[in-house]
Design a protein around this ligand. Structure first.
Ligand SMILES: [Zn+2]
Length: 126
């Protein structure tokens, strides 16, 4: 009940299908250089760096917030020309979801206030 789940449908509601697909490709091809999650109660901050086209490295900063209807809003800023909820944002979110799956996600304690059953991202990729 205190989990913060971001489902693929939440993402697709807020991010265009084209960006979503390209984000999946980016994540699969290992373009996410680093990523991290900080839980803050009902919200979370996900940050990361993504290798873009050419030599560019883009910085991603995503705010996730869950409302009373369990809908998780995605507010993703990126340093690329698109700048908002782009493929880089998708790639970083997927990378974090995969880390959770592998059991190496940033756990509670590192940010302080998170409860043990706080879950940021539902794992869906494949
Ligand atoms: Zn971007």
């Amino acid at each position: 009940m205190s989990s913060l789940l971001l489902s693929p449908s939440d993402l697709l509601d807020q991010i265009s299908t084209g960006f979503y697909r390209r984000g999946v490709d980016y994540q699969r091809s290992g373009r996410v250089l680093s990523s991290a999650t900080q839980h803050r109660g009902w919200s979370a901050i996900v940050t990361g760096r993504v290798s873009g086209s050419g030599d560019h490295v883009y910085t991603v900063y995503v705010q996730l917030e869950r409302d009373a209807h369990d809908f998780v809003s995605v507010d993703g800023d990126c340093s690329c020309p698109v700048g908002y909820n782009c493929k880089h944002v998708v790639a970083v979110l997927l990378e974090e979801a995969q880390k959770r799956d592998a059991g190496t996600a940033v756990g509670p304690g590192e940010g302080g206030a998170a409860s043990p059953d706080n879950t940021l991202l539902e794992t869906w990729a494949s």
